[in-house]
Design a protein around this ligand. Structure first.
Ligand SMILES: [Zn+2]
Length: 271
């Protein structure tokens, strides 16, 4: 089966707004000889010009108290989230947003609504590309060789669900400050996205409840998810199981710092 036929069989169709998270290594194992550009062209062909293709090109250019800052350059900074993302960034007709920490590359209809200057102070919250996606009825997320640990949309759900630690930046142990830094200068941030490893618990829950199903092609596994359904299920799960959205205590410095903050808030509430 060709990649085109396979993706079409998942239900990817013209006119949808599609966000991709992928592992090119795993795609290539299933479709030998394929190149990142082939994957991009196939997806463009499927969603066509009436839809959108959106791929994160995050660079995490935060200010650091060590002084060793990596400064975001909208044109030149390489994406840190995969080979396909990096090739897509340099594809004709693709616009990259200005967010120094969490930029997105956009193709298709979305470009009419999101300007390349987009850099909200809440990088994955209000005013972000994820919020625009959440307002679209025909929005989907394709995890291709990736699981929920790659689900950036989870950060948006955390903010919408008003989880108690969203305003607490958990990266202090790395010297990271809640400030973005780019060739345009510095920008104070709010709601800095934390660790996403525990979104695996959300994935397990949805599988157990038969709310999602995984697809496979040889050794390539993934999910094709309706964003509206994910938002609805996510708001419900995140609100009722906040403890499932941090790594187990003692296993992750970022989540440990949020645990400490969270437990302090709970104690305050009790007194
Ligand atoms: Zn963690």
């Amino acid at each position: 089966m060709s990649l085109y036929d396979f993706l079409k069989s998942l239900g990817i169709t013209a006119g949808i707004h599609l966000m991709l998270h992928s592992s090119f290594r795993r795609i290539r194992a299933a479709f030998p000889g394929i190149k990142p550009g082939d994957v991009i062209n196939t997806l463009k062909l499927l969603v066509n010009g009436n839809g959108s293709l959106i791929i994160p090109a995050f660079t995490y250019c935060f200010k650091k108290n060590t002084g060793r800052n990596e400064i975001y350059d909208q044109k030149r900074s390489h994406s840190k989230v995969g080979a396909i993302s990096e090739v897509f960034r340099n594809t004709r007709g693709v616009v990259r947003t200005a967010s120094p920490t969490h930029s997105f590359c956009l193709w298709g209809i979305v470009k009419k609504y999101i300007d390349k200057s987009n850099a909200p102070i809440s990088p994955l919250g209000a005013g972000s590309v994820l919020e625009w996606l959440a307002q679209q009825q025909e929005a989907y997320i394709l995890l291709l060789g990736a699981d929920f640990k790659a689900l950036s949309f989870g950060h948006y759900i955390e903010i919408k669900a008003k989880l108690p630690w969203i305003s607490y930046s958990p990266w202090e142990h790395l010297g990271v400050e809640p400030t973005a830094i780019s060739t345009n200068g510095e920008q104070k941030l709010i709601e800095v996205p934390g660790c996403s490893k525990s979104y695996k618990n959300f994935e397990t829950f949805l599988l157990q409840e038969h709310q999602i199903s995984t697809f496979s092609y040889g050794e390539l596994h993934g999910y094709y998810l309706s964003l509206q359904k994910l938002l609805k299920d996510g708001l419900s799960f995140f609100s009722t199981h906040p403890d499932k959205l941090l790594c187990d205590f003692g296993t992750c410095p970022a989540c440990d710092s949020r645990w400490a903050y969270y437990l302090e808030q709970l104690k305050k509430r009790q007194t």
